[in-house]
Design a protein around this ligand. Structure first.
Ligand code: G3H
Ligand code: 13P
Ligand code: ZN
Length: 325
């Protein structure tokens, strides 16, 4: 069932965070859906309610342009049919104004992100307000961003600028956005922290205090970049420098301070890369695209179960579903 993110955030606020996972292809989609139902090896396994979770399936502009956005949309519609127990929002990640309108008009997305965070405050507010008006007119919710993350984000290479709590109040009031992506020390991609850096919980706490009660915040750049997967990639011929991401034990403290959505893309790519490399290394004579895919889908499902455990969303599906009725 495809739902809007605000329905999910209402249930999650202050207790757990909903995982927002990027997809680009069929194998990622199947692994993601299975994992959020607590399944692993087959689509026909019974749903495991102790592990099942509501989630957000998110699509970047890069993913939409990779082949043709209609393939992704068709795949997600199919996933909704193949996995009727799943509850998820379909969300545009880091949209431009134009991409947001395209998704709003498609009648398919339940949520869009307008990312005008690289603009000056007044312009960010103006653009976001236009998108909010158009989205709300057709029942779609809007995530907006204030502050700047570091790292690579679509085609923009960012310089860090943490979210200013006072600006956040003005921004939310004037734009009417439904959730706010905040910059609190994370960055996109695999190379986040080199040493002592970490999340700025003090800034998050200040923002939570000044925003309207229960207003959902979003944390981008939240992959944990597990050493285990980087090591597996490198052991199978990769060449990733040593790196680290957001410690997974920081997800729940952030959720308690109002972070309802945690964005994870890079970690999924690491799992994909390790397994495809290992598969072809182990069977150099093989050239069947299904060989690594058959290993990847259950492994990714298991990884999603693990991640949802850290986010606190594992086991919340049935309770969240009841609030949607
Ligand atoms: O924030 C960016 C996301 O990780 C999307 O990355 O544009 O390479 O799909 P992408
Ligand atoms: P990561 O690169 O940390 O996975 O962040 C993904 C993200 O924020 C997508 O919007
Ligand atoms: Zn992001």
């Amino acid at each position: 069932m495809i739902v809007t993110t605000d329905a999910l955030f209402c249930h999650a606020y202050g207790k757990y965070a909903v995982g927002a996972y990027n997809i680009n292809n069929l194998e990622q989609t199947v692994g993601l859906l299975r994992g959020n139902l607590g399944q692993s090896k087959s689509n026909d396994e019974p749903v495991d309610n102790s592990r099942s979770a509501p989630f957000i399936l998110q699509i970047s502009r890069g993913a939409r342009g990779y082949t043709d956005k209609r393939f992704l949309e068709a795949m997600i519609r199919a996933a909704d049919t193949v996995f009727p127990e799943a509850v998820f929002a379909v969300h545009l990640d880091h949209g431009t104004e134009e991409a947001c309108y395209d998704c709003i008009d498609s009648g398919f997305y339940s949520s869009v992100m307008i990312d005008a965070s690289h603009e000056e405050l007044a312009e960010n507010i103006a653009i976001t307000r236009r998108v909010v008006d158009r989205a709300h007119a057709v029942g779609i919710v809007v995530e907006a961003e204030l502050g700047r993350l570091g790292g690579v984000e679509e085609d923009v290479v960012g310089t860090v600028c943490l979210t200013d709590p006072d600006q956040a109040v003005e921004f939310v009031e004037r734009t009417g956005c439904d959730s706010l992506a905040v910059a609190i020390g994370t960055s996109h991609g695999a190379y986040k922290f080199t040493g002592k850096q970490g999340l700025h919980f003090d800034v998050l706490e200040k923002i939570q205090k000044v925003l309207p009660e229960g207003f959902p915040m979003v944390m981008h750049g939240s992959s944990s970049v597990p050493k285990e997967w980087v090591d597996r990639i490198n052991a199978a011929g990769g060449a990733m420098p040593s790196t680290s991401g957001v410690p997974e034990d920081q997800y729940l403290p952030a959720a308690k301070l109002g972070v309802c959505k945690v964005n994870i893309d890079t970690d999924g790519r690491l799992v994909w890369c390790a397994i495809y490399r290992e598969s072809f290394r182990e069977k150099p004579e093989d050239f069947d695209p299904r060989t690594p895919g058959k290993v990847f889908m259950p492994a990714y499902a298991d990884y999603i179960v693990h991640k949802n455990g850290k986010l606190g969303s594992a086991g919340q599906l049935e309770a969240a579903r009841k609030t949607l009725a």
